[in-house]
Write a protein of this length. Structure first.
Length: 166
């Protein structure tokens, strides 16, 4: 159960990063979505600091780990995208041999496994910056924010955010 909770905590951080990246057009002078990812990361740390009572040292460590998570997630997405492109090109060519499919699928699965291991390590670093009580509080905060994200994404476009509706 604890392992599932930790995985869910990590998934939460990844979800916020993915939403930030997907919803932001390119900003001036930086990669697409960079400003939005920074904003989401700062929002998350602010909420964590507020709810968990993080010290300044903990806050700085958490910011570093969340940035590393974003960087790793982006690299993993590029790797998966390349593997999927390879699979698509094989499927588009009727003359592709079976061993090429097998190799492409194996590469995709290996990349996914490596990504999971790296993300678990980063998640462990994140949790290691907190006391056991803060870890428990983080789990509840993560659940609350994930529910809010689900509600926001489930809302039809045009309805806007709850408190800003007219």
């Amino acid at each position: 159960m604890i392992k599932r909770t930790l995985v869910a905590a990590f998934a939460f951080a990844m979800t916020l990063g993915a939403l930030a990246q997907a919803s932001q057009p390119p900003g001036p002078g930086g990669p697409p979505g960079e400003d939005r990812r920074d904003t989401v990361r700062l929002f998350l740390v602010h909420k964590m600091r507020e709810r968990l009572g993080l010290s300044d040292a903990q806050t700085l460590k958490i910011l570093d780990v969340l940035e590393a998570i974003d960087t790793q997630r982006a690299a993993d997405q590029d790797t998966r995208r390349s593997a999927l492109d390879r699979i698509e090109s094989l499927l588009a060519d009727p003359a592709s041999p079976e061993p090429a499919y097998k190799e492409a699928v194996a590469q995709f699965e290996k990349a996914a496994e490596q990504s999971e291991v790296k993300m678990r390590d980063l998640e462990a670093k994140l949790l290691a910056t907190m006391t056991p009580k803060q870890q428990a509080q983080f789990i509840l905060l993560r659940r609350q924010l994930l529910q809010e994200i689900r509600q926001e994404t489930a809302r039809p476009r045009g309805q806007g955010r709850g408190r800003f509706r007219q």
